[in-house]
Design a protein around this ligand. Sequence first.
Ligand code: FEO
Length: 400
Amino acid sequence: MHGPFRATRLADNVYWVGAIDWGIRNFHGYETSRGTTYNAYLVLADKITLVDTVKAPFAEEMLSRIASVIAPEKIDYIVSNHAEMDHSGALPRTIEAVKPEKVFASVMGTKALLSHFDLGLEVTPVQNGESLSLGNMNLSFIHTPMLHWPDSMVSYLVEEEILFSQDAFGMHLASTERFNDEICRDILVDEAARYYANILLPLSPLVAKLLESLPTLGLSLKIVAPDHGPIWRSGFQEVLSWYSTWAAQKFTMKAVVVYDTMWNSTELMARAACDGLVKGGVSVSVMPLQSSHRSDVATAVMQAGALIVGSPTINNGVFPSVADVMTYLKGLKPKNLVGAAFGSFGWSGEAVGHLNELLKSMRVELVTDGVKANYVPDAAALDQCFSLGQVIAERLKERC
Ligand code: FEO
């Protein structure tokens, strides 16, 4: 007997048996405003194989979807492409229900799984390039260390030309539709960009290497099945071109003005800087932190050529929300940015200096020492902010 959940067929003898998390809104600091899915895949080869599992609370949903196709205890092998707990959390419960003959993971994955769980069985490590015979089908493994953890690997089902790509090419998007061609393209681009910016951006050099090496592997890709969001059964070349653009982060004529404000003085300065940028031909995203989430700021910065940050001085330092977003951005290692800082102050005015240091530590090219305004910006201070915007625009024109 299976429960209320059903599997979705991807190809002959291959099924999606994952789970939909409609409610999640915080994925370690990244606002997942459309929820997510944890994708697991069932391959009905001679050796019946489950590729990845789901987050622990969704174990029964996954087992129910499996049971809509076959009795779970018929599964012979489990392959863990990635040990992070959104994909391995249900592994102990799955092993208990399935009693598989073997569990496979990369060498680092084996270590990571055993550090997380007492699985009650040995995990068999697989090497990069190794193939596993499933009887009438074959699964090949390609290690992709640091995409997204040191253990990460992808699995390729040779006969069906399906790449199980774990975190790569995924997105946080809960939906009743399982395939990319059933979902509005604008949503796909938006969520894929947010996912890249918030998860993969610091790993861009490795993404670029992977993209370079993909053609040399000679894989024919009929379907790319990630561990989050829709399954790509068409248009995958376009996804590769998105990734290539995001990994390169070339200068663009776009700017992000991100700030917080206490008594609207820093906000006035942000508006003046924005006008200067626009006058210089730059497309601007103005992101007040009282209504902009850090993960949206990260997504905008990834696609921009300039980062302009504003903060009032509070307690001799930077406003807490601005410190938060700068810490987050620094960790994501955006590159190829010019920038500047601005902010109002009452009696000490350290925030702009702190922001300059932060921007320099992020290798943002500073175009000025920044603009400070005492209490409320007067016309001269607002002119300085406008000019700052224009100087940034000129620098972007030189770099683009
Ligand atoms: Fe979806 Fe790195 O886990």
